[in-house]
Write a new protein. Structure first.
Lengths: 260, 236
């Protein structure tokens, strides 16, 4: 697996998209810190950007990358290598490259603005961890879709739809349902629907840490009330880890039965 | 020895291989013949574990190898259409595969044989179809493996290279390797094949020597024999 991982990294290191992605966060980080002149607000703004952009780029770039490396996969499958090693090597190659891009792009501006002497260092680390988790989740989705669909257009369309659905449509539906059934007790329901959306989970996880009640939204507030900050965070983090595992385990299952 | 037992493969509802039983035990060249979509490539890929059959076992030197991978150390495979990662240079691809296999490779001789030295620094997407096929050949022939699976190896090769390729294959055959190839070029089969396997709609129609096939199908030569078989079975 390490060898495949190495060659995946090597291949991605030549892709200008990874550098563009890093540069985007670099630019965003400097711009936000410059405009806000306050690290805490910079961080909250970066959070909002990360929650949209990390999933979007991971799933879109992921599906393009996995379709493009299909040839290499076929070549590797004829070699004496375990199928799981090939699949996992490619998955980790991409998810770790994207995570590194994010890490470098966001860390440089914050460190230069004095992250280490500020009191938000743990908040920042939590944001990094959460964004990396989202990167893994959505790279996993991309991998899953690319294995499931031979038709690239269909795979691409589904990828965009999953992102749109989890980033926007889902919240809309939840809000609507909460509004329609507002006479009923909705706490358990709203916790359940939050656990089912990795982006919401990531948002609530950081909101609980930052303790900005105003930005938690209804589900965040329920989470806070129900579990309290610390237990809520543990719950959210645990669920997010499960979310990381789901798509990659499904991908391996499909990949092992697939004909190449 | 490779033995294929009761191999059946569906793609969706389409039955591509239908209870195929085969064995490759003696050294020599086995040509798998058959019309398009008769299951030639699927048969090869099933033995290699790239295609997962619904039922059937692959016995490799007395061991059932479905789902395992180490046995591929003894097999070199040349795919039909050379799909390569586009951004790599030809030379890099060769060294990657060498690094993965960790076996002794004779790539330098083959590169000289196929006049590829000038192409090694080019990215694979910039190579012509024929040059890609040559790279494909180098990748398949550079390891000293007892089994060679060649899926339409001669497609896209120019006459000079083809001649050289045939010499190479004959040399490998005389070294006692088992070479399994698919092709549509009848001359090549008559020239080099020791055994012929004729696939028809996923079933084995015939196994034996070229002369036996000609006799069985009542033709004057292999070309006629094949035409007769296809006509008799409503394929032409």
């Amino acid at each position: 697996m390490l060898k495949i991982f190495k060659y995946s990294l090597y291949d991605l290191a030549r892709s200008k998209w990874i550098y563009l992605y890093t540069f985007f966060y670099l630019l965003a980080g400097f711009a936000l810190l410059y405009l806000n002149n306050d690290m805490m607000s910079g961080l909250t703004n970066l959070l909002n950007i990360s929650l949209l952009v990390c999933p979007l780029i991971s799933i879109i770039f992921g599906i393009m990358y996995f379709y493009n490396s299909r040839e290499f996969t076929e070549l590797l499958l004829a070699q004496p290598i375990n199928r799981n090693s090939i699949l996992l090597g490619q998955y980790f190659g991409l998810s770790i490259s994207l995570s590194l891009g994010y890490f470098i792009g966001t860390s440089i501006p914050f460190v230069l603005y004095g992250l280490f002497i500020s009191d938000i260092i743990f908040d920042f680390i939590l944001l990094l961890v959460t964004s990396v988790a989202l990167t893994f989740v959505f790279t996993g989705f991309a991998f899953f879709l690319s294995l499931l669909n031979e038709n690239k257009i269909r795979g691409f369309g589904l990828a965009i739809f999953i992102w749109l659905f989890l980033a926007f449509i889902y919240d809309g539906i939840i809000l609507l349902s909460l509004f329609l059934f507002s006479q009923y007790p909705m706490e358990i329901y709203s916790i359940a629907v939050t656990l089912l959306n990795p982006i919401d989970l990531a948002r609530i996880l950081i909101m609980l840490k930052l303790d900005v009640t105003a930005m938690m939204g209804y589900t965040g507030a329920v989470f806070n009330k129900f579990f309290g900050s610390s237990l809520g965070m543990v719950m959210a983090l645990f669920s997010l880890i499960i979310w990381v595992l789901i798509p990659i385990l499904l991908s391996i299952r499909i990949g092992n039965r697939k004909d190449f | 020895m490779i033995e294929v037992r009761n191999l059946t493969k569906y793609f969706g509802k389409l039955k591509v291989l239908d209870d195929v039983n085969l064995s490759f035990d003696k050294p020599g060249i086995y040509a798998i013949l058959g019309p398009n979509s008769s299951g030639k490539t699927t048969l090869m890929k099933s033995i290699l574990g790239m295609v997962i059959p619904q039922s059937g076992k692959i016995n490799f030197n007395g061991e059932i190898v479905n789902g395992s991978y180490r046995y591929r150390n003894d097999i070199s495979y040349m795919p039909q259409i050379a799909h390569f990662p586009e951004n790599l240079r030809a030379g890099e691809l060769i060294s990657i595969i060498k690094d993965i296999r960790k076996s002794v490779a004779t790539d330098e001789d083959l590169i000289a044989d196929f006049y590829l030295a000038n192409h090694l620094d080019k990215t694979l997407k910039n190579l012509s179809g024929g040059t890609k096929q040559k790279i494909n050949t180098v990748l398949a022939l550079m390891f000293d493996t007892p089994y060679l699976f060649l899926d339409e190896p001669t497609a896209g090769l120019d006459p000079v290279v083809l001649l050289h390729f045939k010499e190479l294959i004959m040399k490998l055959r005389n070294e006692g390797k088992i070479i399994i190839l698919t092709t549509h070029i009848i001359n090549l089969v008559e020239e080099i094949a020791d055994n012929v396997i004729f696939l028809l709609e996923g079933k084995i129609y015939f196994t034996g020597t070229v002369n036996d096939l000609i006799k069985k199908a009542e033709g004057n030569n292999l070309e006629e024999a094949i035409a007769n078989i296809l006509k008799a079975n409503g394929n032409a």
